[in-house]
Design a protein around this ligand. Sequence first.
Ligand code: GLN
Ligand code: ZN
Length: 772
Amino acid sequence: MTIAATLGYPRVGPRRELKTALESFWAGTTTEADLLASAAALRAGARAVQQGAGIQHVPSGDFALYDHVLETACALGAIPDGYGWSGDGPASIATMFALARGARGSAAEQAAGIPSTALALEMTKWFDTNYHYLVPRLSGATRFRLLHNRWADAVREGLAHGTRTRPVLLGPVSFLLLSKGDDGTRPLDLLPALLPVYAEVLRGIAEAGAAWVQIDEPCLVTDLPAGADAAYRQAFAALAGAAPGLNLLLTTYFEGLRDNLPLAASLPVAGLHIDLVRAPGQLQAVLDAVPANLWLSLGVVDGRNIWRTDLRRALGLLTTAAAGGRAKRLMVASSCSLLHVPHSLKLETGLDLALACRLAFANEKLAEIAVLARGLDEGEAAISAALKESDSIVAAARADVRLHDEATAKRLAAVTPAMEQRTTPYATRAAAQARRLSLPVLPITTIGSFPQTAEIRALRAGLARQTITQEGHDAEMERLTAEAVAWQDEIGVDVPVHGEFERNDMVKYFGEQLSGYAFTKHGWVQSYGSRCVAPPIIWADVSRPAPMTVRWAAFAQSLTTRPMKGMLTGPVTMLQWSFVRTDIPRETVCRQIALAIRDEVADLEAAGIPIVQIDEPAFREGLPLRQADRQNYLRWAVACFRLSAAVVRDETQIHTHMCYSEFNDIIADIAAMDADVISIETARSDMDLLGAFEGFAYPNEVGPGVWDIHSPRVPTAEEMAALLRRATARIDASRLWVNPDCGLKTRGWPEVKLAMGNLVAAARQVRAELAA
Ligand code: GLN
Ligand code: ZN
């Protein structure tokens, strides 16, 4: 019998229950027991929904309070010193949250022995998704040992509720490859010390009563570093014998296996999962390569996008796989964990009906997986109604004239290379901008947003519920903007911003004003910790009916003589943080957005805004996982950014901003974007990232973030000055800016005021040192 399976399920809860539980715990209004009870209820709900939908391999251990990589590190004893962990026994919840968020000097932390200076671990994007994981820090001093078999516990928890689950374990090689080594430690070298702990985990899982364990090795779809091949062989040789009777399912996702296929096919496991959504073409090669007695788990239902599965097409792939005697050892699954899609379409009542019919969120995908498994076992006829429905939806989508806009197509066809090119080179522009802006050395700015307070949320809610009028809402937004501008003037921010108070979200705000977009009400997807985003859906051609931000930027500029920075979200990020239609190439969708942003840039310039920032925080995350695919992506992504920016005159300064970006491998392309100024995340990595800019001799200006705003800790002026000094040692001060490393919308005003005060003091201090 074909097994219906998922690789993981959303954690936040249909109504973001996890967010509520975490935030009230952090605020001190609930206890640890309350938090754990909420988490257990979410897990119980997830098991019930999946089992109820006909999923036979229900995942467990995929849940995490903050992040599964962090929980894995904590369970395996990979906890650096300085977080209050005594060295034996499980890590406390205070230790785990300090690793995730940095210390905030609370009483609970003090009680747990966590110094108030403890910094959060580095956070980075999970492969090419918008989920962020915490990067485990390993060193020669790391002593792996099993502190807490969270996977065995998860199995027992499921069984106690009548569900035999399949625990999900981040595999040892991917765990090490995703970690960072301190003091010259190469994480992969720690494999021999790590394997006995993994073996113990597996024994515990088997004893708890699981028949299968899912071992995620997503790194198998990437270009492997030297030594990884041997590491995989060594690891799986050790794990294969660890718990007799426990079946190991090796899972790969987000890409095809390509040149790693022979390696994956040779590992001693009971089953292999492959992603047939991203890489349907790999099926035949996989069938040819794997031994006949291996279980194959076929990821045919998209875990990364919200479109319904073309069931007939998927069944075709499955039928191919079932030929040649393999039928008895197949699983039908989501391509990857469903973590990356929202919970359920049921809550969405406001969507265009024709569009809603084409969508499937996590729960709807469960039904697709189950029906496909049934179709494979019982034949097409058994699922003919579902196939017919799927066919008619595919046909209706193809025939929907609303998808195509002729004016947009014409404009796209008329784009010339000159439209992607500023009129003069950076040096010439920089001189014109210097004359216009007359900024001091180390100019101070922020990334754009200021705190989104309860007051602002209430205003937005009031507008939605029509308890206040649009005029009333806008007047309040103007008041907040005016206050923010006055405060920036007062403390000495050289390039102020309007504060983005009127924006709910940096993608949604624009999407709502563009045609071609649709929005969900509850389509939340976890980004990091308690932070969720509800990605818009790009379902038709994108165009801009009217200016989107000019009124706010112009209002803010009218209040100050300092040069106001207008804020826009760039085309690549607009694309990357949306669920995108699949009937035309992503590149085409991105170019459509670029034209819309270009119009906005032109309008801002015409309204007298001297600086425009086009945020591209998702630029790097769009990078294909494989080197071989990157050049093509970078070609069109850079071109789209340039198309959106290159409309302005020399004296108008273009900024861009990126967060959590490792630039070493793409610095030439970042330079090719040709923004006059780029601000980046560097505070958490101690200015490490600047090495890339220095080594490449990055030609334009850089604002390395000196305040890690993803942590609630307020840095001192001295700390920020120290970071600035390190930056001036690597990049000429004449090309450096001073700014936080991201927008401040998630922070509170008290900490923003303190930290910005310190930031201004740090800039002044270092300016004085430079002058001396
Ligand atoms: N301008 C945006 C803000 O300040 C940028 C956010 C981001 O990079 N994620 O919020
Ligand atoms: Zn940012």
